[in-house]
Design a binder for this molecule. Structure first.
Ligand code: DNO
Length: 345
């Protein structure tokens, strides 16, 4: 297992100088953020980013994310050019030492929450998802970090309607087309492609979502028979669905060598369809992080792992879910568990 930390580049209030001081940290997970979705990343930007990271003694072996253009997800006529660009990004990143690319196939919205600064009893704040609040939201008028904000409300409505029209099976077809195009390039370049599950793992705003359950992840992996075709197994996303057993998924997919990247965080499940994000420490939430890491250890997990969303603690302000302190505590906690597992093995 290689412990990593997400870093949003030079604009991130969390600095590489901070990240390198977390014991056991091997590298950062980052991306080129200056390029619109669907375009080829300038090679000089990749080189610059890599040398900036390496100068601080960290590695840049994982990219999160190379986003997939909506025209690909919708299967529009223009998709082939965007797919060619995607392949070119895989080649360029491989050329500069990237070994794993995280991406998702969520229509329009990436992760969704009802509130980003919910005050917890201990004075910290966390991201939450309350079903009844999300149901009241108007998706054409809202924005969350990580979402593409370049759409007007009218364009957003049109996009959402287009997804409703193709439905889940249409989305599967478009995903299959994309995977069959890009995977031969990833195999040739020896890059592991790691799809991120839908967060939360159910349909929101009437839009289809398909990377949601064990059964669907099996169906996804069956689209291409090569170990490079794999998963980012995100505990906070998948386990928010009470129908999912994350630990069982680690055993199942990890046993097949198909988990390339692990996102591990804790959540407190508040009944069907609602949850609060919690500190990584098991008693703070509904997930048993020791059992989860033990499952990774048992399958001989050699991929990358990162702490996922943290709370805002100690007066820190910054990108919701992506402050320094709580994620550093999470990383250290998991590094400690891993060290224990190694010693007891
Ligand atoms: C949320 C993240 C996601 C993830 C993308 C991957 O905090 O885990 O935004 O980066 O879905 O493409």
């Amino acid at each position: 297992m290689k412990m990593t930390f997400r870093w949003f580049g030079d604009d991130d209030p969390v600095k590489l100088d901070d990240i390198r001081q977390i014991p056991g940290m091997t590298g950062v997970v980052t991306a080129v953020y200056s390029v619109p979705v669907g375009e080829v990343w300038p090679e000089e930007e990749i080189i610059r980013l890599k040398s900036e990271v390496e100068e601080k003694g960290l590695e840049m072996e994982v990219i999160e994310s190379v986003p997939v253009h909506e025209d690909i997800k919708l299967g529009r006529d223009t998709r082939d050019q965007y797919i060619e660009n995607y392949k070119e990004n895989i080649r360029l990143l491989a050329k500069h030492g990237v070994k794993c690319i995280c991406y998702n196939f969520m229509p329009v919205f990436d992760w969704t929450r009802s509130q980003l600064d919910h005050k917890l009893k201990d004075g910290s704040s966390a991201l939450i998802y309350y079903k009844e609040d999300v149901e009241k939201l108007d998706p054409t008028k809202l924005s969350l970090p990580g979402w593409d904000e370049s759409y007007s409300p009218e364009e957003m409505k049109e996009l959402i309607d287009a997804y409703k029209t193709i439905g889940e099976e249409g989305l599967w077809e478009n995903l299959e087309y994309f995977i069959k195009e890009i995977m031969p390039v990833a195999v040739e370049e020896d890059v592991n492609m790691a799809i991120h599950p839908d967060d939360p793992p159910w349909s929101i705003f009437g839009i289809p979502r398909i990377i949601t359950t064990k059964e669907n992840l099996d169906r996804f992996l069956d689209l291409y028979d090569d170990v490079h075709h794999g998963l980012t197994l995100c505990s906070g996303s998948l386990a928010a669905g009470t129908f999912n057993n994350y630990r069982d998924m680690v055993q199942h997919f990890g046993g097949q060598g198909r988990i390339h990247f692990a996102h591990v965080r804790n959540i407190k499940i508040l009944g069907e369809g609602s949850f609060e994000e919690a500190a990584h420490y098991s008693p703070c939430g509904s997930l048993d992080i020791v059992e989860i890491l033990k499952a990774y250890h048992d399958v001989g997990f050699k991929g990358y792992l990162r702490p996922d969303h943290g709370r805002m603690i100690w007066g820190e302000t910054g990108k919701p879910g992506y402050g320094l302190y709580d994620r550093a505590l999470g990383a250290m906690y998991m590094t400690g568990i891993w060290e224990t597992l190694e010693k007891l093995a």
